[in-house]
Design a protein around this ligand. Structure first.
Ligand code: HEM
Length: 159
């Protein structure tokens, strides 16, 4: 099967593990809304070159909204494929090197690890890894399209 057409099916248990672990991460996110980007720049300091501004508060809100959207639909990722492709098109325009997608996923996994501590298990990590790998592939292979509904929604909500 062509990777572009690959279907994504997380098991019910994997989807539940992602949702419950994200809930725990959300509590920490309230204390420091930028904790995700801080971790990403620790893992990949070179990625800073892609970010033109210093104020991450708006981007932080957009990122959180997007992750909430993805996580709440992780049991049906194929249903939100178009939105993930829209997200991909935003990033394709930024000309991001492929290696940064895996670094991005590594930093998310590191956060899961750090935040869940002892309640973290290999099973949770595998579920996240499977979902994130799929999302990166769909984002990077998004076909060209003029209209970007997901970006319009982000703009409407956060400016
Ligand atoms: C699961 C993967 C990812 C998600 C969910 C995500 C999410 C987002 C969202 C929601 C935005 C805001 C888009 C907008 O303002 O219209 C954004 C922008 C951006 N993302 Fe990502 N992203 C991901 C992967 C990456 C990776 C791998 C990089 C690598 C450097 C990256 C770098 C950027 C940059 C530079 C911007 C633009 C920031 C700005 O100047 O406003 N993202 N991302």
């Amino acid at each position: 099967m062509n990777v572009k057409q690959a279907q994504m099916v997380l098991t019910g248990r994997e989807a539940d593990l992602i949702k419950s672990s994200w809930k725990l991460m959300e509590q920490r996110r309230i204390e420091n809304p930028l904790f995700f980007y801080e971790t990403f720049f620790e893992v990949a300091p070179e990625a800073r070159k892609y970010f033109s501004h210093k104020d991450f508060s708006k981007l932080g809100k957009k990122f959180d909204f997007t992750m909430d959207f993805i996580v709440s639909n992780c049991h049906q990722l194929d249903e939100i494929r178009e939105s993930i492709e829209d997200l991909g098109r935003i990033h394709i325009k930024l000309d991001i090197e492929s290696k940064f997608y895996s670094k991005f996923n590594d930093s998310l996994l590191q956060l899961v690890n750090r935040i869940l501590g002892t309640s973290h298990s290999k099973e949770i990590e595998t579920a996240w890894s499977k979902a994130l790998d799929h999302i990166s592939v769909v984002m990077q292979n998004a076909p060209d399209k003029k209209q970007n509904k997901f970006q319009q929604l982000l703009k409407k909500l956060f400016g």
